[in-house]
Design a binder for this molecule. Structure first.
Ligand SMILES: Cc1cc2nc3c(=O)[nH]c(=O)nc-3n(C[C@H](O)[C@H](O)[C@H](O)COP(=O)(O)OP(=O)(O)OC[C@H]3O[C@@H](n4cnc5c(N)ncnc54)[C@H](O)[C@@H]3O)c2cc1C
Length: 303
């Protein structure tokens, strides 16, 4: 399925929701794609004291207020994780685990990337390591692949897709030793993983690394070495530059100007993904600016 929009907002945290609200007010056609919890960071905030007008609110409470507000305007949030973006001529193809969409502009509001890069991940990126199962899965027809799911079991569509093309799939649910940024890989969350195809093996491990020579040859899960040709890594928040090829960064954040424009015409960014300070007021403010800039960009171009 392919649908075309004026804008696609990636991420439904405070920055993405603020962008969506402003696109809605400006009567633009848009889609907002995000994860189930919308902002796993905000959900962790016990009490927020610095958000003007809403003193002592909890992160969860504020998220509920945000969602009530956008839903009251008929904005629909689509629970789909974006795995790749392909910029074209004034047009962007946005790929999710479930579908493909096209848009004339993009707002990146994916939050801050806090995951540790795995040993071998950068070295074998494009040489067996990929972040997009539906894009690169067909390259591993009849081969063995691993899917590392850092989303707490939300990668079921990708598992099914890979199981349909690859000979053998190792579906790995990483377990965290640290509790600092734990995603829900608890027994309960794991139990919600629906039944897996016959060529798929469910694994768990705390220490993961990727090995190879020219290309990937194996994945180490704790003490066990598994022979694989490809490793797919799915994270709650991916580095924005890995999602959008050619996107410029500055000190590991998406480089933006005061209008929230990136180096790619038609691509805007807002919130924690643009760097410090990691604050709600900045995220919602930048989301609004990004939307207004996208509106200005769209209005100057023929449909
Ligand atoms: C414990 C804690 C306490 C905090 N307390 C405060 C406070 O008191 N005051 C304050 O101002 N700030 C506070 N913050 C910071 C605040 O939560 C963040 O600044 C804010 O959530 C940033 O909003 P964001 O929309 O940029 O990113 P996020 O809230 O991180 O939302 C981005 C969302 O995009 C989704 N996403 C990422 N990649 C994709 C993709 N490829 N496809 C689809 N969706 C994707 C992610 O799942 C994520 O949910 C706190 C943060 C934490 C962790």
């Amino acid at each position: 399925m392919s649908d075309r929009y004026d804008c696609i907002v990636i991420g439904c945290g405070p920055a993405g929701l603020s962008a969506a609200l402003n696109l809605n007010i400006r009567n633009k056609s848009f889609l907002i794609l995000g994860t189930k919890q919308c902002s796993h960071r905000l959900a962790k905030a016990e009490r927020i004291d610095n958000y003007l007008g809403l003193p002592e609110i909890s992160g969860q409470g504020l998220m509920e207020r945000y969602l009530q507000h956008v839903r009251s305007r008929g904005i629909e949030l689509r629970e789909e994780r974006v795995t790749a973006v392909y910029p074209g001529d004034g047009e962007f193809a946005v790929i999710t685990g479930k579908s493909q969409y096209s848009a004339r502009s993009l707002i990146i509001a994916t939050g801050v990337h806090i995951e540790r890069v795995l040993p071998g991940e950068n070295e074998y990126l494009g040489k067996g390591v990929s972040y997009c199962a539906t894009c690169d899965g067909p390259l591993f027809r009849e081969k063995a692949v691993a899917l590392l799911d850092y989303t707490g079991g939300a990668a079921h569509d990708e598992v099914l897709f890979l199981a349909g093309v690859a000979k053998q799939v190792y579906y790995v649910l990483p377990q965290r030793a640290s509790t600092a940024f734990v995603h829900d890989t608890s027994a309960a969350a794991v139990a919600t993983v629906p039944s897996l195809p016959g060529n798929t093996t469910l694994m768990r491990g705390t220490s993961l690394s990727i090995k190879g020579t020219e290309t990937v040859s194996s994945l180490i899960v704790d003490e066990q070495e598994i022979a694989v040709d490809g490793v797919f890594i799915l994270r709650e928040t991916q580095k924005a530059e890995n999602l959008v090829p050619g996107l410029a960064t500055d000190k590991k954040a998406v480089a933006v100007n005061g209008q929230m424009e990136t180096n790619i015409a038609g691509v805007f960014a807002a919130g924690d993904c643009t760097g410090k300070p990691y604050q709600l007021a900045k995220a919602t403010g930048q989301g609004a600016v990004a939307a207004l800039s996208a509106v200005g960009y769209l209005d100057k171009r023929p449909k």
